[in-house]
Write a protein that binds this ligand. Structure first.
Ligand SMILES: *Cc1c(COP(=O)(O)O)cnc(C)c1O
Length: 384
């Protein structure tokens, strides 16, 4: 299926043939914990739903197809996927981590996994010389996000992968911000892709989930063992919600990108705005690389309003359409204050963010309505 069809077609059909038992066009929600055996050990491929469930299989097959991967595994959350992947790293080994990764990822590495003998250090993944210097003989894994959160910095997946492989390390890319519609890290040389399917893949802010995709058959066997042995699996209803969201992924991403591009241009021209972070802006430091590596520039925009934190807090509470909330990637637009919300857990670390920063998850509403909403809130933010 992967070789025959294009992305838009795969979102709707990969892993989802009509149900063989009934002809149902939609993949059924196999809400069952166990499966009958006709003799001891004789069954139709499923024994127990932590180990496997047909709705989850459909999701895993579809996600693998969308990332161009041989194997896909679904998890109960993005963090569960990340935690499971990190179990490939042994005590004494080192993980090199991008310096503005998702706050929850940094927290898991720094405050949970460090206690189990793994070591972590951070580096600016956009600076290849710094990456090269930071790789150690004991580096097992390089962990990167691009574009990053919340500064939308762009890293060269192919170049970082080459450096890592030269040092005997593997590369994992958290592709949550881009989605496979915009960028496919495995094709660029990465070894693993992880997703929080909670975001663009689900797309409707109604489910929490995660996934790992890879072409590495040995690693996949171990990860599949861990998925079952550790047990952080998604239920069939949650898998079905992500499958439903995936069907419109390409359509939604096109609108997210178009709206974000207009909003970034509006903000860049606004007198109350100090700076805008969006790789789609020609002046953005990541623009050329993003244009090469991504199909479009994504739906996330961040900016600093003149006046610092006090103004930022007034702006994020002053919008009507943009809802003040954590998370991202849903059809509805969200606004948030990273320093006190998504990035509060890293406030005292190397990952601390500018307290004046505002992050937008631009939804698929009409761009004119979104721009009017931001214009009103920025007017309100201005000092009297
Ligand atoms: C949300 C998010 C995660 C964590 O995923 P959950 O589904 O919330 O557990 C990891 N990485 C990135 C980039 C995210 O945005």
């Amino acid at each position: 299926m992967e070789d025959e069809y294009r992305f838009e077609t795969l979102t709707i059909h990969a892993g989802q043939p009509p149900d063989p038992a009934t002809g149902a066009v939609m993949t059924p929600i196999y809400q069952t914990s166990t499966y009958v055996q006709t003799d001891v050990g004789v069954h139709k491929g499923y024994e127990y739903s932590r180990t496997g469930n047909p709705t989850r299989t459909a999701l895993e097959t579809c996600l693998a197809a969308l990332e161009g991967a041989d194997f896909g595994l679904a998890f109960a959350s993005g963090m569960a996927a990340i935690d499971t992947l990190l179990r490939l790293v042994s005590p004494g080994q080192h993980v090199l981590v991008g310096d503005d990764v998702y706050g929850g990822t940094y927290r898991l590495f720094d405050r949970v996994l460090r206690d189990y003998g793994l070591s972590f250090s951070t580096v600016d993944m956009a600076d290849l010389e710094a990456v090269s210097r930071a790789l150690r003989p004991e580096t097992r894994l390089v962990w990167l996000e691009t574009p990053t959160n919340p500064l939308l910095k762009v890293a060269d997946i192919a170049a970082v992968s080459e450096l890592a492989h030269d040092h005997g390390a593997q590369v994992a890319v958290d592709n949550t911000f881009a989605s496979p519609f915009l960028q496919q890290p495995l094709a660029l040389g990465a070894d693993f892709v992880v997703h929080s399917t909670t975001k663009y893949l689900g797309g409707h802010s109604d489910v929490v989930g995660g996934a790992i995709l890879t072409d590495d058959g040995d690693a996949c066997q171990r990860l599949k063992f861990l998925q079952n042995a550790v047990g952080a699996v998604p239920g069939p209803m949650d898998c079905w919600l992500v499958l439903r969201g995936l069907k419109t992924l390409a359509l939604r991403m096109e609108r997210h990108c178009a709206n974000a591009r207009r909003i970034a241009a509006f903000l860049a021209d606004h007198p109350a705005v100090e700076r805008v972070h969006y790789p789609g802006l020609p002046a953005d430091p990541g623009h050329a690389l993003a244009a090469r590596q991504m199909r479009d520039f994504g739906g996330m925009v961040s900016f600093v309003a003149k006046g610092g934190e006090a103004v930022a807090r007034r702006v994020v509470t002053g919008t009507r359409l943009f809802a003040l909330a954590e998370s991202l990637g849903g059809v509805e637009s969200l606004i948030e204050h990273p320093a006190s919300m998504t990035h509060a857990s890293v406030a005292d670390s190397a990952l601390a963010v500018d307290p004046g920063l505002i992050r937008l998850s631009v939804g698929v509403e009409h761009a004119d309505d979104l721009i009017a909403d931001l214009a009103r809130a920025l007017g309100r933010g201005a000092p009297e």
